[in-house]
Each structure stands twice: as C-alpha cells, then as structure tokens.
Design a protein around this ligand. Sequence first.
Ligand code: F6P
Length: 549
Amino acid sequence: MAQHGTSAWSAVMALARAERPDGSAAASIRPLFAADPERFARFSWAADGLLLDLSKTSLSPAVLAALLDLARAMDLPGRRDAMAAGAAVNVTEGRAALHLALRAPARAGFRVGAEDASAEVHATLARMREFAVAVQDGRLRGATGERFTDVLNIGIGGSDLGPAMVARALWTPAAPLRAHYLGNVDAHAWEEIRPRLDPRRTLVLVASKTFTTQETMTNAALVRGWLAAAVGEAGVGGHLAALSTNLAATAAFGIAPERVFPFRDWVGGRFSLWSSIGLSLAIALGWEAFDRLLAGARAMDAHFLGAPLEANLPVLLALAEVWHVDGLGLGARAVLPYDERLARLPAHLQQVEMESLGKQVTLAGAPVAQRTGPVVFGEPGTNSQHSFMQLLHQGTTPVPADIILVANPAHPHADSHRKLLANGLAQAAALMRGKTLAEVRAEMAAAGTAEAEIARLAPHRVFPGDRPTTTLLLPRLDAFTLGQLVALYENKVACLGILWDINAFDQWGVELGKQLTGPILRALEGAPQKAQDGSTAGLLAAIGRAQSG
Ligand code: F6P
C-alpha cells in the first residue's frame, strides 16, 4: 500500500508544488475556468438529487487523476468494503465500525463475525418504534397519568450532538412532542431547560454508550431527583429510559430492561444518531421522519459502496480534503450551511471529523508522514458573513469552506430565500474571484475618488481570490436529504481514515483530560492537593480564595 513518500503520494505532492503547464500556480482556480468552459459540468457530481460542486477548488484534471490514483494505491475500495463487511477496522479497540448497518434494510445481512448485525439492529428498531408510537398516542404515560409532551435527552458528544442537530433541523410545531438536549455538566444548562419542563409530562432518555460518562451520569442524577420530587420515587421509573451498550450499568441505575434500548460496541458514539441514540427523534419528530432519515443515509451508503471512485461523492470530498490539507497545507475548513435549520451541523461535524481524524500515528502506530484532519468550524450563512468571513476573504490563512445550499425552503417567504441563496453563491464567487489592485483603483476612480484617497485605501480593498469552496446543493431540507448529507460526511471521514492510514474510529485523545479531572475534582472537594503543575495549583488556590471571599 502507498505510504507518504511513495509514488502515489509523491505525484500528488509534486503537483501541489509545481506550476501548471500554463504557468498558473497549483492553488489558483480562475485559470481552470478560463481553460475549460465545461468545468462546472466536469467537476460537479450528483447522487440521488444531492449535488456536489468541486469546480471552485483548484483541482485540475491532472490533480484529480493523481488523487484518484492515490485512492486506488491506498486500496480505498477494498478497505471500504472490509469496513462494510464488519472487519475490525478500529484496530486499537479491536472493533468493527458498522454504522452502515444501522440504516440498512434487514435483508442487507451485515455481520460482525458470527453476529447477525442486521437482525439485531432491526429488533431494536422495532422496539423503538413501538415505544415511540406508544408515547405519541398516549398509551404510555407518566406516573401521574398525564400524557408526555416533552422528551429530554441526557447525553454528551455523540450521544447528544447528532440527535440535537437533527431535532434542530427537522422539528416543527406540528411535531408530536418537543425535544430537549442536556449535555454539559455545567448545571446552568439544566437550569436553563428546567423551567420549560413539567416533570409529570416529561420523558427522560439517558443516552450514553458507556453509561459511565461523568457529565451524563451527573445530569441523570440531577434530573432523577427532580422527577422524584414531582412524581415520587416509585413513579420515576415510568419517566426514564436508557440508550446504551452497557446493560449492567443501566440496570444498576434502576432502569427496567424493557426501557433499555441497546446498541453494540461496533457503533462509534459520533456515528450513533441512527441507533437507539436517535430515540428522541423518533419520539419527538415521529417514526416516519426517523425512518426517512435512515432512508436518506441508506441511499448515500448505497452510492458510497457502489459508485465508481471518480463519481463517488464521499470519495471526491475526501480527495479534495487531502489536496487542501496535504497538497496546499490548509489546516482548517469552514462549514457554512445557508439554512438556519442546520445551525448545529457544524458542531456535529466538528465531532464527527475532528474526533475521527485528529490523529498523529498510522494504524501501525508510526508517526504519520503528512498532516491529518483539519480544524473544522462554522456557522450558518448569512450570520457567518458578518463575523469570521473577513478572515476567509482577506486573512493570511486561506480556509477552504463547504457552502451548503437548499434550493427550496419550507417557508413561503420567497424574497428572503432568494437573498439567502444569493449571499451563499456570492460568497463562493467572491472567495474565488477576488479583486485585484487595478480593479479596486479603477472602481474607486469611476466613483470619483481622489487619487490620494485611492492610494491610501486601495490596498485595504484588495481580495486575493483563488480561495476554494465546495458547494453542496440539496433540493430541499427534509429527513431524507438530511440523512444523505450526514452520511456523506460520515463516509468521507471513513475515506480519509483510509487515505491517511489512521484509525478514524477511536478517540484516545479525550482520555488524558478525563484522567486528570479526578485528582483536580478531589482537590476542589477539599482533599489535600496531589502534585499539580504550578499553574493548576495556583488556579485552584485562586478559585478557593474567590469562593471564600
Ligand atoms: O469523550 C468522548 C466520548 O467518548 C465521545 O466519543 C462520545 O460520543 C462521548 O464521549 C459520550 O460518550 P458516552 O455515549 O459513552 O456517554
């Protein structure tokens, strides 16, 4: 297999360093349009109505060919198929990464060793459906006989971000229940949610793969106390359910087995929204919406597993990222959904991408020879335009951006929507096109600006241009297209794990902070301090003074 420094990688890196035959730099975009009037058609692809446009990147035909060679040299198809066949691709934890099975039909026959993963998934889906429908139609009620109006999901990271993002995107006032998400151990989060909830009408889902996560167990205990105060200790069980792989711990917490919705350890937390971790969605949005979400992801998976590499959206997105990160040295990427309903998508993708790809060693444990996952951040447009887009346009650190557009809104305000789309398209065009000093001078002169003023201001008004964007166009935002979109990014992450030869499915980087929290917590509780670094010791002392002052 190709490692960095071998021919396939070398070919990509050589193209990144070299001038193109026409003399333009490898990072420039505008000459590519000048050279090829058909560039948009050649560099955009669709899958089941979702359009990916890479034409506003500096991928030339030669670069794309070299990247596709790299994908083949890294055996991307073979390793993708091994993942789907249930191989233990998460080598450090000896686990499969089989989230594709969560949205596949029962007959798909996904297996992990001797285990029939598809049968297991569908047994849980059937239980989730039965439970969700019983809550919605009032067969399942709270301890005081009231119907549930609100579902509170207590979880963090993958047990929170995905469902919270989807609920934010798809919930409407016509939905069966309201959904709330409590993640942070900061009890200000609970204090903010609590006044909106009536404990007698609230169903609480404790969502934790491990059922040991400090934040979730702390919040679960807080909320359990709140429930008990309202419905009595004996009634609490009727308000609780658990979503977890740890059945011993859910039993110890006092959740009846018929209210535990399991999933297996081959579902990574950040890929788990399709599992029982999505139960809040099935309850609050309705089963049909949850089912359509799975169907959208399933359609993207079928495309990922079946389309040729050169027309495979997740593969192409991953290759563009390799070009940006490794070829051009761009270590960040912005996610800009031009849809307010996708406000939490950047936060969800931050976990999906940064927890997966923030790695420094190969599968074999050797230091990686190239950069890996970029910093991912974002905000919906147009808000982002009035905050950090300045840096993307004129800063010294070019940042590629994903611009997500939705053709048809779910509201009747056509004028607002046209303005939204115009802004998204204009940002991408401006980032690519830029504005030269000569253009700025001419524009100012035409506006009658005095020469001295032109000389003073023109440099500030120059845009370098040639800044790459990737555009994703959805016909509309609904459960199906959202499923497609999220699965596109998940599958892209799997591709990048293969291309960079890293484990995209573990997250050892979160452990050290968790370990150090223990002794610091004990110090805050008043135990004699164990050796801390000077700064931490000083801060603990300052907190102590502030708390007693
Ligand atoms: O701290 C990282 C992490 O392990 C994530 O990978 C995970 O999504 C999150 O914590 C929550 O874990 P759990 O679902 O086990 O509570």
